[in-house]
Design a protein around this ligand. Structure first.
Ligand code: AMP
Length: 280
């Protein structure tokens, strides 16, 4: 496994790899890796010949009041985990390598970035699509892997890839959860013991939504209210949004007839967590 920090040397390497006819799999991450990330890497290992994992805490996707400065980092551990999974290359550039002085180009996917996390985090998805477009240009992957945990992100990246004819196949993998159901996230380390306990209400609320749906309920409003009640039952939790939307255009669904994405964002103390399920 080799670690690259320089874009130009990585591009040189990628060109060699492609010349040899290898299929490249890219797993973009912000590091502090957990089993969710590992599931993407393992899938890439199965599908492709050459795996590139990027570890980059992308400043462009953080708002001025967000957690960029305190985002957890443990590169040594990340390298060890990647090595163990047979990753070929880690790309971990400095911010100034990705956004040098004079940097001025951003990718803006319209409409589907205005709702859910896009509404609560203005500019977030502009940063995400820009960095992913750059990573695609640098690593030239055949397939790139994303987690359903960030469902809106995956939908936006698919849209961008299609709209800009990037020729990269996007694969979206299921959410990996802790034993008690909490969706794995690098941000879970922010939670203290009480908060960690309260955070269970998020996946519990989604479970109860699924139960309600399975018992025949189709009115989004009723399902949303159920989710809100379960979360509000816990102290020090603040709902950012609960929504039931179409899985393609992310528009609100009033009555569920086909596939629906149930997405939630909740503040547990000072930590904002997201989760979702698909009802079908
Ligand atoms: P991050 O490092 O949080 O930016 O995540 C990098 C990639 O891993 C994204 O595509 C995420 O959706 C995915 N990911 C994060 N957490 C999970 C999880 N619990 N299960 C599956 N994929 C995940």
């Amino acid at each position: 496994m080799k670690v690259y920090k320089s874009i130009s040397s990585l591009i040189k390497k990628v060109r060699e790899v492609k010349k040899q006819g290898y299929k490249i799999g890219l797993v973009p991450t912000m590091g502090f890796l957990h089993k969710g990330h590992m599931s993407l890497i393992r899938k890439a290992r199965k599908d492709t010949d050459y795996i590139i994992v990027s570890i980059f805490v992308n400043p462009a996707q953080f708002g001025p009041k967000e957690d960029l400065k305190r985002y957890p980092v443990d590169l040594k551990r990340d390298f060890m985990l990647c090595e163990r999974e047979g990753v070929d290359i880690i790309f971990t550039p400095e911010a100034k390598e990705m956004y040098p002085n004079g940097y001025a180009t951003y990718v803006n996917v319209e409409k589907i970035t205005d709702t859910l996390c896009g509404a609560s985090r203005p500019g977030h998805f502009r940063g995400v699509s820009t960095v992913v477009a750059k990573l695609f240009n640098i690593t030239m992957p055949d397939i790139a892997y994303f987690g359903r945990k960030d469902a809106q992100q995956a939908i936006i990246i698919k849209r961008m890839t299609e709209d800009l004819n990037m020729g990269v196949k996007i694969k979206v993998m299921p959410i990996v959860r802790e034993k008690d159901g909490l969706a794995m996230s690098s941000r879970n380390v922010y939670l203290n013991r009480k908060e960690r306990c309260r955070s269970q209400s998020i996946c519990k609320s989604l479970k109860s939504a699924k139960e309600l749906f399975n018992s025949g309920e189709r009115e989004s409003k009723k399902i949303i209210n159920k989710i809100k009640r379960v979360i509000d039952n816990q102290p020090d939790t603040k709902i950012d949004y609960v929504a039931i939307v179409d899985t393609k255009d992310l528009k609100d669904i009033k009555r569920i007839s086909g596939e629906a994405l149930v997405a939630v964002a909740v503040w547990i103390g000072k930590t904002r967590l997201i989760d979702n399920i698909i009802l079908n």
